[in-house]
Design a protein around this ligand. Structure first.
Ligand SMILES: Cc1cc2nc3c(=O)[nH]c(=O)nc-3n(C[C@H](O)[C@H](O)[C@H](O)COP(=O)(O)OP(=O)(O)OC[C@H]3O[C@@H](n4cnc5c(N)ncnc54)[C@H](O)[C@@H]3O)c2cc1C
Length: 485
């Protein structure tokens, strides 16, 4: 049999969990590669969520969710500097607005202490208002100082870049279609690009983890999609709303509809929690919008709904085990990092440690002595001071050309994002690496110019530039924007 690749470990799925695992594996003297079915990383659940690095008081004590959340939160505090991750350590509040909810705060506090979460305390109404003056309905709140807001796509891409810098490979546009077993153990991964010979496979396929497990002969869990919808507000509305992360008291299904301000200063509200059959349907619905507006108004009565700039939805991968499904399966050579609903973002670096340890029990893995865990630091143009901007333009004149006016993103940054390791190859890939198209106009103005830059850099016709997924071309040849002089 002719193999497209031969490697020690294949990671399936380029979301935050798969990329974190790839980075962890790159610490060892083994060969490893990640396959992602889409043209870019981070376009599954990792692209649409609340972006909160949870403190870790929600999950039941002793569960995988609890252990990996608390450890993951600690790891992000270290990783922020190493990988230049965009994280605001704002702390989070769980707000009680009724007397019954006051008791819930006490339960969360006790559980948080048992879970090993540091610094938890219940604040009085006055203390809450001193932190968040708009929480006028609050009676009290649980304060978790270790929580933060992160930039999920940036984290996943940084994990992948760090792995690649240490010898791992990332193969995009490469869907897993099946497995070959020898003596019961998975030894070959069939993909749309060819067969890959391997010693171990890690299933980090998010919402599709059940299908991948079934292909390997593991039927130990199911995954149900649970949709969560959001509304994102323009930056001008944000300062008057909330500074950090504000949750209501949780429900059985979710942590509730929160109000939160992102790392870049946009406030958002959401998510709701609707189970559904489809693993592809991420459409927002009028009923969903009404639900999240009503939920958020319980916390902040005066929402600036006129300042909404987009709505979106993500799908939680809910496993029937009630917990993350982590580690070796009953099929030799096949491992799961599945059921990664919230707090999967927060837990990803710790999930990666669990998986590396599990794989290390089946194949010999020795730590590298020359592993490089640092990525170069890069400041966004719109966060530079005047003299830094002048210097950047003097070094590369493309930094003097603003392409995205809403977010002040320059051509220099867009070109860097395309040329960097695991670089952008789609319009949304540029958006998630640079923020071009994430502002008030949502790419209405800069989209055609970014498309031209992508076409030039990738040396393809404008009509072949993708928005995000396969076949998402933006222009027919006849209507393509002309060469920008
Ligand atoms: C509404 C909502 C709110 C959330 N809020 C938070 C939060 O605030 N904090 C938090 O910690 N977590 C949160 N989460 C959870 C978090 O977003 C997820 O845990 C995390 O993004 C899961 O990452 P993943 O890598 O497992 O999955 P994904 O990001 O979905 O990645 C899986 C990847 O596998 C690929 N794939 C699938 N099938 C194949 C195949 N056959 N071949 C190759 N590749 C394949 C997919 O294309 C995809 O890119 C939230 C989730 C939702 C939906």
């Amino acid at each position: 049999m002719k193999f497209f690749k031969e490697t020690d470990v294949v990671v399936i799925g380029g979301g935050i969990v798969g990329t974190a695992i790839l980075r962890e594996l790159s610490k060892y003297e083994i060969s490893c590669l990640l396959v992602e079915k889409e043209p870019d990383l981070s376009i599954g659940t990792t692209k649409a969520n609340s972006a909160v690095c949870h403190a870790g008081f929600d999950a039941p004590t002793g569960s995988w969710k609890q252990k990996t959340n608390v450890r993951g939160n600690e790891l992000y505090h270290q990783l922020q500097d190493d990988l230049d991750l965009d994280i605001r350590w704002t702390g989070s509040l769980v707000v009680a607005t009724t007397d019954e909810e006051l008791q819930q705060l006490q339960i969360l506090l006790e559980r948080g202490k048992a879970n090993g979460v540091k610094g938890l305390v219940i604040l009085t109404r006055e203390e809450v208002l001193a932190k968040e003056p708009n929480l006028t309905t609050a009676k009290a709140a649980l304060w978790a100082p270790t929580a933060g807001v992160l930039w999920p796509f940036g984290c996943a891409i940084a994990f992948a870049q760090c792995a690649v810098q240490n010898g791992a490979q990332v193969i995009r546009d490469c869907a897993v279609t099946g497995f070959v077993k020898e003596d019961g153990a998975v030894t070959v991964v069939n993909t749309t690009k060819g067969a890959i010979r391997t010693k171990a496979v890690i299933n980090a396929a998010g919402i599709y983890a059940e299908e991948i497990a079934r292909l390997a002969g593991d039927d130990s869990f199911t995954i149900t999609p649970r949709k969560g919808e959001y509304i994102l507000f323009d930056k001008t509305a944000a300062p008057s709303l909330v500074w950090g992360i504000v949750f209501p008291c949780p429900t059985e299904k979710s942590k509730g509809i929160l109000v939160c301000t992102t790392t870049h200063g946009n406030t958002f509200i959401g998510p709701n929690a609707q189970d559904q059959d489809s693993k592809e349907d991420t459409a927002v619905t009028p009923a969903g919008m009404d639900e999240i507006i009503a939920g958020a108004r319980r916390l902040i009565p005066n929402l600036p709904l006129g300042a909404s700039i987009t709505e979106f939805a993500g799908l939680r991968a809910v496993s029937d085990t009630g917990d993350f499904v982590l580690g070796a399966s009953k099929v030799p050579g096949f491992f799961n990092a599945a059921g990664t609903q919230s707090p999967g973002l927060s837990a990803a670096p710790a999930i990666a440690e669990v998986l590396a340890e599990a794989v290390g029990k089946e194949i010999y893995m020795r730590k590298k002595t020359n592993w490089n865990g640092k990525l170069p630091k890069k400041k966004a143009f719109n966060r530079m001071g005047s003299s830094e901007k002048q210097k950047a333009i003097a070094e590369n004149s493309l930094y003097g050309r603003v392409i995205c006016r809403c977010e002040t993103v320059t051509e220099g940054e867009i070109v860097d994002a395309i040329r960097q390791p695991v670089g952008a190859c789609t319009l949304d890939g540029v958006k998630r690496r640079t923020r071009a198209g994430m502002g008030r106009c949502q790419g209405g103005f800069c989209g055609p110019r970014v498309t031209q830059i992508l076409a030039r850099e990738l040396q393809i016709p404008v009509s072949q530039v993708l928005k995000e997924r396969k076949n998402s071309c933006l222009y027919y040849e006849k209507f393509a924007p002309e060469e920008d002089k």
